[in-house]
Design a protein around this ligand. Structure first.
Ligand code: SAH
Length: 217
């Protein structure tokens, strides 16, 4: 059974949203979506009291739920429109997917670790979130379901995977942290034609790495 959302949690969420505003997130739709998603239900019970701090936390299998500021910032850069078909790389806890669903997007999310894939695929519908969850390698994307309006990569890479470039619609937008293992630059990439991409930089972040292949346990 999943836990409950209470007035206390809602109050903590309001404070989190206020904090994100102070840190520069001004998009009302993004803030409203963060204000609606019960983040504490995406975390191990021992971390419940930390759920509404603006910090990343472990979610098992050596992975983390991203810091709320990072989720808000990536979501803002993605310029989500209602009914956008969005490919998310790195399902993790499912929290980012829930935020995108709250904004009215159709979400296709890909995870390489079987344990996390199974856990999150079961948990999200219990909370009323229905993304399409896939087990596979984010370096390959989801060629059979391409093209996508938006692609959001929630793990750090040393380059933009070619497969993901080819799965972006012309006019579509990708948000992806690219750099070294210790620090990545947040990039927004717009596909302007079949062969051309326009890239903008948005500052430094630290993500867990986008690993190769899948893990079947
Ligand atoms: N979006 C997540 C945070 C993700 S942390 C959330 O909201 O909780 C990064 C996730 O990317 C981890 O779950 C990790 O297992 C996954 N990952 C790493 N490499 C991957 C790959 N090649 N394909 C798919 N998922 C990958």
């Amino acid at each position: 059974m999943i836990g409950r959302d209470s007035l206390r949690h809602q109050g903590m969420r309001k404070k989190l949203v206020e904090g994100l505003k102070i840190k520069g997130i001004r998009d009302e739709k993004v803030l409203a979506a963060i204000g609606r998603v019960p983040r504490h239900l995406f975390m191990e019970s021992s971390f419940l009291s930390f759920a509404y701090k603006d910090q990343a936390f472990p979610i098992g299998a050596g992975q983390t739920i991203s810091q709320p500021f990072t989720v808000a910032f990536q979501t803002w850069l993605l310029q989500v429109e209602k009914n956008d078909r969005i490919l998310e790389i790195g399902t993790g806890s499912g929290y980012q997917a829930a935020v995108l669903l709250e904004m009215g997007a159709r979400v296709f999310t890909l995870e390489r670790q079987m344990e996390l894939f199974q856990k999150t695929q079961a948990l999200l519908p219990e909370m009323g979130y229905f993304p399409a969850c896939f087990f596979g390698d984010g370096w390959e994307g989801l060629p059979n379901l391409a093209p996508f309006d938006k692609i959001l990569v929630t793990a750090g890479t040393d380059r933009i995977p070619d497969a993901l470039k080819s799965q972006l619609k012309i006019g579509g937008r990708m948000v992806i942290p690219v750099g070294h293992e210790s620090r990545q630059e947040m990039l927004s990439v717009v596909r302007t034609s079949e062969e051309e991409f326009k890239t903008e930089k948005h500052g430094g972040f630290v993500f867990v790495p986008l690993l190769k292949g899948t893990v079947n346990h």
